[in-house]
Each structure stands twice: as C-alpha cells, then as structure tokens.
Design a protein around this ligand. Structure first.
Ligand code: NAP
Length: 280
C-alpha cells in the first residue's frame, strides 16, 4: 500500500487565490503588520514569505523590524499603537521573542479583533466554546488539508500529538468542534505508539525528527505532519518518517510542501476575516 500525498502547495495556492478574489471585491485594502524582534534567521525567512504572499493577495503588508535588545515595555507600546491604528487589521508578533520579553504579555496586549495568530485568550476561549473568532493559522490549515484529503471527521478517532498553545491545543479543539473523538498525546503519554495506532486521523506536532514510525500508523489512517525539523545534513524533515508511514496510511502530507504553505495562506484568510469583522 502507498499513501496519497496531500499537496499542501496546491491547496494553499487555491486558498490564496480565494483570498485575493475576496480582497479585490472590497472597497478598502486590508492591512497586516508583522513585528519581528531580533535577527533569528528562520523568523526572517517566515516574515519575508508572509510579506510576499500578503502583497500578492492585495493585502497591505508591512514588517516592523526591531532590534534584539528591544524592551518589553517598548514592544508593548508599539502593539498599543498598532491596536489604535485604523489602517491595521491584523497584527502578528513573530515568535520566538528574545528572553527579556514575555511572549504571553505581548499576546495578551494585542487587540483580540486584530489577533490574526489567534493566540489571545479571548480567541482561544471562543475556539474552545465553539464560537466564531480568530483561530491559529496552522491548525486551520490542517483542517483544510483534511477536507481536501476527503477525511470524514465526524465520529473519527483523532490523535493530536503535541499540546502547544500554537498547534496541538487549538488543533484538538477544532477536531472536537468537528465531532471527532480526540485524544491529545504529549511527552508524558504512556505508550505513544499504541495511542497513534488507534487513530484514524493522526496529526503530529511535536518537533522531533521522524519520531512517528511506520508501525505507529493504522492502515488507511490520514496522517498530517506539522513538524519542521532540520537535520544536521541540512535536510528538512517532519515529525513522521514519511516513506514508512506512507506504507500504512491512506494519505499523508509531505515535508516540506504539506502543512507549511497552508499556514501563510490561512494567515491571509484570517487578515481578511479580521478586516471584515472590524467593519461589520
Ligand atoms: P512545541 O511548543 O515545542 O510543542 C511540542 C509538543 O510536543 C509538546 O506538547 C510536547 O509535550 C510534545 N513532545 C515533545 N517531545 C515529545 C515526545 N518525545 N513524545 C511525545 N510528545 C512530545 O512545538 P509546536 O510549536 O507545537 O510545534 C511543533 C512542530 O511543528 C515543530 O516542529 C514546529 O517547527 C512545527 N510547526 C510547523 C508549522 C507549520 O507552519 N508547518 C507551524 C508551527 C509549528 P509536552 O507538552 O509534554 O512538553
């Protein structure tokens, strides 16, 4: 058996085209501001890609680049300014932040109506209540990929591997809201392989290169690999050993080219959602 590869680039291109069409029909230009503190090279690449994709969709995107020694107070003042700026619909503060800045303090300072990363407690509360709000981009992208792969989520046994605020927890909430029976596994889970083997839908968001092996995957499961890990030889791999898992799974996302492209596409979508909701 060999799994179908779920083409995240193709699905992301469709989402970006949808966003561009929605933006073109608006009487105003939605604005997205990304704040980048310090010079983490991976973050610089993400931010550049976000800027480019936003511009291509007709969103006015700009990046505020701040030095690595920026104080928390200075960053909070900038966020307050963006909250008050009517041309800014979406604010994204790129993580990780330097150690002198508390990420939570910054996230909680962002106006929830402009919180396109969906990390503010108001937005995560709404998600857990099953009410509309801004939802973290990566798990939204995963839901889109599951739909594209034809997964029937209602009633399915889903396993989310990882419980971060950015991916695992919102992922589990989205799957629960979509009527899956959800298990969340993490570093304290006993017999991870057995938990994985029960899953009809397996979403791995751990940050451990190729941890999920082929014999952890049930026959015909749908596997979504959120992980992005760089090996010492420079190769990028996911949290799943893709070739092995593909011998059991019905469908699997590649790394790169799976979840990654969806995250930016869903950020653009969140920006338009935020822009429309603020004007409603
Ligand atoms: P994170 O905050 O480090 O969380 C990792 C989670 O995995 C934690 O809940 C941790 O458990 C669990 N974990 C770690 N080691 C484990 C082990 N050996 N066995 C079982 N569980 C284990 O990471 P994250 O931000 O959620 O990101 C996860 C991965 O997704 C990373 O590779 C990241 O680069 C990638 N990512 C990709 C995208 C994208 O756009 N494709 C977006 C975001 C993240 P504990 O809670 O018990 O510590």
């Amino acid at each position: 058996m060999s799994a179908d590869l779920i083409d995240g680039k193709q699905v992301a291109a469709a989402v970006r085209a949808e966003v561009a069409a929605r933006v073109a029909a608006l009487a105003f230009t939605p604005g997205l501001t990304v704040v980048l503190v310090g010079d983490d090279p991976a973050s610089a690449i993400y931010v550049r890609n976000k800027d480019r994709a936003a511009a291509a969709a007709g969103i006015a995107a700009r990046t505020l680049r701040l030095p690595a020694d920026t104080t928390e107070a200075a960053l909070l003042a900038i966020v307050a300014g963006l909250n008050a700026d009517p041309t800014v619909d979406g604010i994204l503060v790129q993580m990780p932040l330097p150690p002198q800045i508390r990420a939570r303090a910054v996230i909680e300072a962002i106006d929830p109506a402009k919180d396109v990363d969906g990390l503010h407690p108001i937005n995560s509360g709404r998600l857990h209540d099953g009410r509309p709000g801004l939802v973290p981009c990566t798990p939204v992208g995963v839901m889109r990929l599951l739909a594209h792969a034809g997964a029937s989520i209602r009633g399915a046994r889903a396993l989310v591997l990882g419980r971060s605020a950015l991916v695992g927890k919102p992922m589990a909430a989205l799957l629960t809201n979509a009527d899956a029976t959800v298990t969340v596994a993490h570093s304290r889970t006993r017999d991870l392989a057995a938990e994985c083997r029960r899953a009809e839908i397996l979403v791995a968001a751990v940050g451990r290169a190729e941890m999920v092996r082929g014999d952890w995957v049930a026959n015909d499961a749908i596997v979504i690999d959120v992980g992005i890990n760089r090996l010492p030889d420079g190769r990028l791999v996911g949290d799943c050993a893709t070739a092995e898992c593909a011998t059991h799974a019905a469908a699997i996302t590649p790394v790169p080219g799976g979840v990654g492209p969806m995250t930016i596409a869903c950020l653009l979508e969140n920006t338009v959602t935020a822009a429309l909701a603020r004007r409603a």
